[in-house]
Design a protein around this ligand. Structure first.
Ligand code: NAD
Ligand code: ZN
Length: 239
């Protein structure tokens, strides 16, 4: 802990990657955790374009359930600690795979939502897109063209939002410190970000409940709850 703390002085460029584990203590289920299943479905089987094409009603039911659940969740000490880190480290970027909006709710501003947001809606036909936190009908329609709307998230098997990967790669390549928090490191390309950071000379740190496939390759690994480890990491950070 003390050695990692020492890395976080204000002169360093710090890039943090977060995954579903950072929101677990807020009550948002991870995909691969114990409460991962929705009804009898694996979320990975629903968060995909082919599932939506085949059964949009079921996929929308899943997303409306997630919007309802996440809408009741609040940021936890891990989100708050990352917002605090941003305030103390001028050269900072948070890259999140999460779609729950909890980093913004905790006060983070320098964040990149790699996989979009649950709160965004996009038309499946025209360019209509909007942020909307209201309760939606089972099959929400585009107010412009009447076609079906879809959640503004990046599904498994879909490309990332244009420009996002390029920006993430540029930022990670120039980082002095790369910290991965609460991600199982099974979803690409994020799972390989630590390699990129390493190749460019960054010190790499993992914070996760348990070891992951990447643990052995990290310079430091801290295992435990993100909501306990991160607040400790930011205590005593100077301006
Ligand atoms: P994942 O579900 O594959 O893995 C979560 C990881 O977090 C696990 O390794 C687990 O050990 C760890 N974890 C659980 N509780 C923790 C805690 N309290 N502290 C620290 N670590 C903890 O999640 P992933 O790697 O982010 O990949 C899943 C994909 O699904 C992502 O691409 C993401 O877009 C999406 N997803 C998002 C959310 C969300 O927005 N909150 C939730 C589920 C899935
Ligand atoms: Zn439309």
């Amino acid at each position: 802990m003390e050695m990692v703390k020492a890395l976080l002085d204000g002169s360093k460029k710090v890039v943090v990657l977060t995954g579903a584990g950072v929101s677990a203590e807020s009550g948002v289920p991870t995909f691969r955790g114990r409460d991962g299943l929705w009804k009898t479905h694996r979320p990975e089987d629903l968060a995909r374009p082919d599932a939506f094409a085949m059964n949009p009603e079921l996929v929308w039911e899943f997303y409306n359930w997630r919007r309802d659940l996440v809408g009741k969740c609040e940021p936890n000490p891990a989100h708050l600690a990352l917002a605090e880190m941003e305030r103390h480290i001028p050269n900072f970027l948070l890259i999140t795979q999460n779609v729950d909006g909890l980093h913004a709710a905790a006060g983070s501003r320098k964040y990149l939502e790699m996989h979009g947001s649950l709160w965004q809606l996009k038309c499946t036909k025209c360019t209509h897109a909007r942020d909307d936190r209201s309760d939606l009908p089972p099959m929400p329609e585009c107010p412009v063209c009447g076609h079906l709307l879809r959640p503004g998230v990046v599904w498994f098997g879909e490309p990332l939002i244009p420009g996002v990967l390029k920006l993430a790669i540029a930022q990670i390549s120039s980082a002095d410190v790369f910290i991965s928090v609460g991600t199982s490191n099974l979803v690409q390309p994020a799972a390989s970000f630590y390699q990129l950071a390493r190749e460019h000379g960054a010190v790499t740190v993992e914070v996760n409940l348990e070891p992951t496939a990447n643990t052995g390759f990290m310079d430091f690994a801290m295992h435990g709850k993100a909501g306990e480890i991160l607040p400790e990491l930011v205590t005593g950070l100077s301006e």
